[in-house]
Design a protein around this ligand. Structure first.
Ligand code: SAH
Length: 214
């Protein structure tokens, strides 16, 4: 799991590309420049780690494209001390990006047991410390720990789970790709008890959010 000069050079190129594609938040660019994505890739695909593409990670799931990770993270507009819920731990790459933000309390939920086990182990090895990694159904959110200033969903949701909107703090942001085949990146900001602002941010392609336990 070494991080070579070559990897570092490839990351600098990737950061340059993401800037060209419109990512502006310096904290997000720094995160992509710092987190060794190759450690989160399936062995055998390592050489492609710094291409701006999604790749299989087993269990029919994918590690998201770096641009998508950067775009969603930027939309979260994280502040120091924010409590954040991530749905779809997957490879753990997005989790590691979020953990570069100062003073974030991060909870992450994964539905696939195989990935939950593998990635929990990887976090230990890397001394990455989300508050909690949960094996469960993200549709329910995490009522015990609510409210959250940020909720990020990293799988395509056919509809917006009501429970997630309910678990937002006032001023909190839910970033979620919504749709069946392609998804529209959507951000909800909670303005009051029952009022939300909704904004759309273009089309993306995600693996579908799972409903039933596999
Ligand atoms: N962000 C991760 C994973 C992206 S793929 C990465 O970049 O590696 C989407 C992930 O969401 C998969 O790991 C999938 O198993 C998980 N997932 C799908 N439906 C879910 C649900 N209902 N609850 C929690 N996780 C879910």
């Amino acid at each position: 799991m070494t991080d070579t000069l070559k990897h570092q050079g490839q990351r600098r190129q990737l950061v340059k590309l993401l800037k060209q594609k419109g990512i502006q938040d310096e904290r997000v660019l720094n995160a992509v420049g710092t987190v060794p994505r190759h450690i989160f890739m399936d062995p055998g695909l390592e050489e492609y780690s710094y291409l701006d593409k999604a790749f299989p990670i087993g269990a029919n799931q994918t590690i998201s494209q770096p641009y998508t990770v950067a775009f969603q993270t930027q939309l979260l507009e994280l502040k120091k001390g924010d409590k954040v819920l991530e749905i779809g731990t997957g490879s753990g790459y997005q989790t590691a990006i979020l953990l570069t933000f100062e003073g974030i309390k991060l909870y992450t939920i994964e539905r696939q047991l195989e990935l939950f086990k593998k990635t929990t182990l990887l976090f230990k090895k890397l001394s990455l410390q989300p508050k909690k990694v949960i094996f469960g159904d993200g549709y329910q959110g995490l009522p015990d720990q609510a409210p959250f200033e940020g909720i990020i969903v990293t799988a395509g949701a056919p509809r917006v789970p009501k429970s997630l909107l309910e678990q937002l703090a006032i001023g909190g942001r839910l970033v979620i790709p919504v749709g069946d085949k392609d998804q529209v990146m959507t951000r909800y900001v909670r303005k009051g008890n029952k009022t939300f602002d909704r904004q759309s941010f273009g089309s993306f392609n995600f693996v579908p959010m799972l409903k039933d336990r596999n």
